[in-house]
Design a protein around this ligand. Structure first.
Ligand code: ADP
Ligand code: MG
Length: 349
């Protein structure tokens, strides 16, 4: 984890809005020819021949993140991942973002610098151009809104509604880790409240904590699929949990599906942490969100092209709509899946 280096405290009022924007954005590079004009005018300008994809997300302190265990640099990085993941989930390339922030006077310049260090690391790593945003104050806490812009050829875009009976259901990477990482962090926060001297040893949870604090969007998957000459018939990213994403694909495609418990890709740390917390690993895989893996369907004729690929697991297949959305257990029972994903409006506050 990164050290919080907020020793110095420069108030945001000292710089003023324009000074702050210049200061934060001075080291960002432009990577794409499609970016005609970035930061500095009334609008950014983008130009390309392909389709344009646009997606936006809010991150609100106390609702989507907790700064007591989320370092600001990680938050900046994750905020970008959450957005560009949606672009990759259309089988497209993410190229630009805008970043809008509202911050209360609780945050000094050094804190916003940390946030932007994370945003910059994400932009450098994923070749994303920061082309604009807005900066304002809030009466309480921090709010971040990022918009990501991408492009793809018209016939390459994968929507949620194209899955067909007999298609294979494929998942990148492994799932459940981000949710369990959050459980570990929440537990340590409670321990810390009781005994602030206690320095937790989180080594054995390093993978799942990283999945929660520093998720990576699967930029590599649209590229891999192009190389394999596989066009996904539908695609979505796993932000709310596998069950609810499967239901989205099946509802929009007017199909059903069977997925197989024994095929769910789980990291050994997910399995051992489930045992420790007395959680069922299949439930965690189905309902834990925030893994930012890609879930997609491919025609069965493409099985040979994807089988054995270490990045991809075939977890089931699409059926007729009237068969429903089912999990086939290790004991060969069929269980109807329900959406239990994260929903911001579920919890009363
Ligand atoms: P305007 O008055 O037209 O809204 P601003 O003074 O808010 O312009 O912003 C000036 C420039 O800086 C614009 O190009 C805007 O997109 C960019 N910008 C403002 N805030 C941010 C931010 N938080 N991150 C990145 N770019 C920003
Ligand atoms: Mg503005």
């Amino acid at each position: 984890m990164l050290e919080d280096k907020n020793k110095q405290r420069t108030s945001l009022a000292e710089l003023g809005e324009f000074g702050l924007i210049d200061h934060l954005t001075q080291f960002f590079k432009i990577n794409h020819e499609t970016t005609v004009k970035g930061i500095g005018d009334d609008c950014a300008v983008i130009s390309h021949d392909n389709e344009t994809l646009i997606t936006t997300d809010f991150l609100v302190e106390g609702v989507h993140f907790d700064l007591s265990y989320m370092p600001l640099k990680h938050l900046g990085y994750k905020a970008v991942m959450v957005n560009i993941s949606d672009v990759y989930a259309m089988n497209a390339e993410a190229e630009q973002i805008t970043v809008s922030i509202a911050v209360s006077n609780r945050f000094p310049l050094e804190a916003i610098e940390e946030l932007y260090a994370g945003i910059q690391l994400a932009c450098d790593t994923y070749k994303i151009d920061l082309i604009g945003g807005d900066t304002t104050s809030s009466t309480k806490g921090m709010i971040i809104s990022i918009t990501a812009i991408g492009s793809a050829k018209k016939d390459e875009i994968a929507y949620r509604n194209g899955a067909k009976p007999t298609d294979l259901i494929v998942l990148s990477g492994d799932i459940g880790g981000a949710y369990l990482g959050l459980q570990v962090l929440e537990r340590e926060k409670e321990v810390f409240k009781v005994n602030p001297q206690n320095q937790p040893d989180l080594q054995e949870y390093s993978y799942i904590i990283e999945r929660q604090l520093k998720p990576e969007a699967r930029k590599d998957i649209p590229k891999l699929l192009k190389e394999l000459e596989v066009k996904p018939t539908s695609m979505i990213d796993v932000s709310d949990g596998l069950s609810s994403e499967l239901i989205h694909i099946c509802t929009q495609s007017k199909v059903g599906c069977n997925i197989y418990e024994e095929k769910l890709p789980l990291d050994p740390q997910v399995i051992s942490t489930c045992e420790e917390f007395d959680l069922d690993s299949t439930t965690v895989a189905l309902s834990g969100g925030e893994d930012y893996e890609l879930l997609f369907t491919v025609p069965i004729k493409d099985f040979d092209k994807i089988k054995g690929n270490p990045n991809l697991s075939v977890i089931g297949h699409i059926t007729e709509e009237n068969e429903g959305v089912n999990l086939i257990t290790r004991g060969n029972q069929s269980i109807k899946l329900k959406a239990q994903g994260w929903n911001s409006f579920n919890q009363e506050r």
